[in-house]
Design a protein around this ligand. Structure first.
Ligand code: T3D
Length: 257
């Protein structure tokens, strides 16, 4: 089905595995398209309740494949036609998306991780704002998310100097949900993803939507949006199950409906 990624589903989790390990999973046009399509597919599959994006081999992704770049390239158009659809598909996904950063994430690879909802970070991974080293500006939403996560001053510093951030620095900056040792990597990522996949999926989607909405709304507008979202959550089967389980003094069994 796909050539540059692997797509697998297990226990309600969709795994999108970037699969050009010999090029550190650098993005080609085809890969941008396949990531976009796989995210769309996972978003629409009712059986999928969490999505993991990770890389094959020693890297998460080294960003744009520089072998594809030539001097006649219109970089603005490349972003509009290839990266924007991928980042928009990710932003509108109503299921939790986990970037399992198994190794180096550079350039747009770093951006993809920033745009995800959770970042699990291997102790041997690193983040690099590689753009400046090739005379470019961080793209693919990078400078939209990074200042919100770590503040303007630190985001500017990283974007300008492009230093490699190893696990200890990533932890200090609060850029990772969790740092995971190499030996526990696969089991911990799976456990985290499967835990999310057993939670009330609709409520998680509404939480994501609320946080996104809060960036562009007045408090009054936000409170209205909140009421609208809570009405939807309140009509879900998972809400009913949560209340029933509470009154029966047992653990809820959410179905994501
Ligand atoms: O038009 C547009 O603007 C589109 C949007 C662009 C967004 C971007 O992502 S721009 C930024 C592009 N990415 C980079 O500039 C990163 C370049 N790579 C690196 O800086 C380093 O490779 C890493 C820090 C990621 C990893 O370093 P290291 O020492 O672990 O590995 P390496 O030896 O440099 O790379 C290993 C191989 O992967 C090597 O190939 P070889 O020599 O073994 O055949 C290297 O050329 C290849 N590779 C690494 N990154 C890329 C790549 N090949 C193509 N494109 C890459 N981005």
């Amino acid at each position: 089905m796909f050539e540059t990624i692997k797509y697998e589903t297990k226990n309600h989790v969709a795994w999108i595995i970037l699969n050009r390990p010999e090029k550190l999973n650098a993005f080609t046009e085809k890969m941008n398209m396949e990531i976009t399509n796989s995210l769309k597919h996972a978003s629409m599959d009712n059986d999928v309740r969490a999505i993991v994006i990770t890389g094959e081999g020693r890297a998460f992704s080294a960003g744009q494949d520089l072998a594809e770049v030539d001097e006649n390239m219109d970089h603005g158009e490349v972003l509009r036609s290839r990266y924007r659809p991928m980042m928009k598909q990710l932003a509108k996904c109503e299921k939790p998306v986990i970037a399992a950063v198994n190794g180096v994430a550079a350039g747009a690879g770093f951006s993809l991780a920033l745009a995800s909802d959770f970042r699990l970070f291997s102790e041997k991974a690193s983040f690099v704002q590689a753009f400046i080293h090739v005379g470019l500006v961080p793209d693919s939403g990078n400078l939209y998310f990074l200042p919100k996560l770590i503040g303007n001053a630190k985001a500017l510093e990283l974007a300008v100097f492009g230093e490699k951030l190893k696990a200890d620095k990533v932890k200090e900056l609060g850029l990772a949900t969790k740092i995971i040792s190499e030996e526990n990597w696969q089991s911990e990522v799976t456990k985290f993803a499967e835990q999310l996949a057993s939670m009330p999926t609709k409520a998680i989607g509404l939480i994501k939507r609320s946080i996104q909405a809060s960036w562009n709304m007045s408090y009054e507008e936000f409170l209205e949006q909140e009421a609208y979202n809570q009405r939807i959550a309140g009509l879900s089967e998972d809400h009913k199950e949560g209340v029933t389980a509470f009154s029966e003094k047992r653990m809820p069994e959410f179905q994501g409906k």
